[in-house]
Write a protein that binds this ligand. Structure first.
Ligand code: P6P
Length: 343
């Protein structure tokens, strides 16, 4: 029987080989992976468990929380409090950071997560997921505050997501490539099913919510119009479109076969840079995408270089196949140049 590498073996060998994974980080990843298994069990229950519907509460984003949003958040907080690997956590579902209680030892890492992304898909049985990002705590005093989290995404020690779909798959990077682990439900183990994941530099597939088209800025309008023009147009090739409305599912497809994902700024709320959150959606996904040879910008600059100002700040996202992301970014630069020339 083919030897299958478990997540634990993968992490132990990484820790042993190249020191990419200090002990506390290995424990953190294993704890998060175990929490994702518990979330998968709740997600998979669906109507058989008391997990569907609204939790009759709102999160800091003003969004109505689903029961599974709250369950997933509680699972991640409880799983990570006692291990001694974390100083604090931040979540899309919590207004403020959650500092590890004094009854437990504090560690050197900060964990950020969107506990259940894409929850609008829960009732219609479409893939959803957990996204997580790991930062090192700066400074070595015991205290920790929100400002400690406000680090650019290039500082991440690790990032990953778990997609609850036909397979339950954990995708992980610690800064030296991207690996995938599929949950073997018979043994309850995460089994490595891919390593050295690479995104093709070119693609014929774009992911965007087309219903927002009339609200986009001109560079995005131009890019999508050219894709829609197909081989008769300036791109000289036909494109396909996908939009799951679950970032984890769309990014997983891009990691698996290439593509470009866009959630750009639009003029409905001009002061809002975008819909997606920088710290626990865009940053972890951008780290993963770059580690797989792709690119991720906000249309103008590398997402991982953005200096965050607020924990829950939003950002415009263009990520995936490198050459397509570069084209969209060039269209934004060309628009900026033409505005400067006209001024
Ligand atoms: P829309 C899910 O709510 C999410 O945050 C991402 O996972 C997803 O890509 C996006 O929003 C979908 O947004 O406006 O198409 O429903």
């Amino acid at each position: 029987m083919k030897h299958r590498v478990s997540l634990t073996q993968y992490l132990v060998e990484k820790q042993r080989e190249d020191g990419h994974i200090p002990g506390q980080l290995r424990l953190l990843i294993e704890v998060v992976a175990r929490a994702c298994k518990r979330i998968a069990i709740s997600v998979n229950k669906g109507a058989l468990g008391d997990v569907l519907g609204s939790a009759d509460s709102e999160n800091v984003q003003g969004e109505v929380q689903k029961k599974l949003d709250v369950i997933a958040n509680e699972v991640l907080v409880e799983a990570n409090e006692w291990g001694g690997h974390l100083a604090a956590m931040a979540s899309e579902e919590m207004d403020h950071i959650h500092v590890v209680p004094n009854r437990y030892p504090q560690g050197e890492y900060l964990l950020l997560f969107d506990p259940l992304d894409g929850s609008s898909n829960i009732e219609v049985n479409v893939s959803i997921g957990t996204i997580f990002s790991v930062l090192r705590k700066v400074g070595h005093t015991r205290g920790v505050e929100e400002g400690d989290f406000l680090q650019p995404g290039r500082q991440q020690a690790a990032a990953g997501y778990c997609v609850y779909g036909p397979q339950t798959t954990l995708v992980l990077t610690v800064g030296d490539g991207v690996a995938m682990f599929t949950l073997d439900r018979e043994t309850g183990s995460w089994v490595q099913t891919a390593d050295g994941v690479t995104i093709p530099e070119d693609t014929r597939e774009f992911a965007i919510n087309m219903s927002n088209q009339r609200h986009w800025a001109p560079p995005v309008q131009r890019y999508i119009e050219e894709c829609l023009a197909g081989k008769e147009g300036p791109r000289g090739k036909d494109f396909n479109m996908r939009w799951v409305a679950s970032m984890v599912a769309d990014v997983h497809r891009i990691l698996s076969r290439g593509g470009i994902f866009m959630y750009p700024w639009d003029k409905r709320e001009p002061d809002k840079p975008g819909k997606l959150r920088l710290m626990y959606e865009a940053n972890p996904m951008s780290f993963i995408v770059e580690q797989a040879g792709g690119a991720a910008t906000n249309g103008r600059e590398r997402i991982l270089d953005i200096a965050p100002r607020r924990l829950h700040e939003r950002v415009s996202v263009v990520l995936g196949s490198k050459n397509e992301v570069r084209r969209v970014t060039e269209y934004h630069a060309a628009e900026a140049d033409s505005k400067t020339a006209a001024a």
